[in-house]
Design a binder for this molecule. Structure first.
Ligand code: 5GP
Ligand code: ZN
Length: 117
């Protein structure tokens, strides 16, 4: 069911503390932690604690929680002292989504080309 922890979900396991992560920030509803394979000097993932498969599903099922995630991207940028940064939600395998628990990538600390590859 949407929002319930999934036994086979990596990010649900991080939320539960069953897999270690370098946590940057935590709120009642979200966790922000460093990406294990950083693509920029700052590369943090912001996730809802509740399981939703991607950003679109999250926004449809729990719009306030989607807003919490978005607000946290700015809080991470502030904590990391980023003036400019990019927030990315990869949605679907063709766009590079590999973990099926909604997450925002917060990337910064280097020049970020636009458009991205
Ligand atoms: P996606 O490709 O789904 O948009 O993003 C998933 C991200 O999760 C990737 O950037 C990947 O490096 C990161 N990732 C995968 N496994 C782990 C893990 O065990 N710990 C952490 N911190 N990040 C992970
Ligand atoms: Zn999950």
């Amino acid at each position: 069911m949407a929002g319930e922890p999934q036994d086979d979900c990596l990010f649900c396991k991080i939320v539960a503390g069953q897999i270690p992560a370098t946590i940057v920030r935590e709120t009642d509803t979200t966790v922000a932690f460093r990406d294990i394979n950083p693509q920029a000097p700052t590369h943090v993932l912001v996730i809802p604690k509740a399981h939703h498969k991607d950003a679109a599903a999250l926004a449809a099922a729990a719009p306030q929680l989607a807003a919490d995630v978005l607000r946290e991207t700015q809080a991470v940028a502030d904590a990391e002292q980023l003036d400019s940064y990019r927030t990315t939600f990869n949605t679907g395998a063709g766009a590079g989504q590999t973990v099926w628990h909604a997450h925002a990538h917060v990337l910064g600390g280097r020049g970020l080309e636009w458009p991205p590859g």
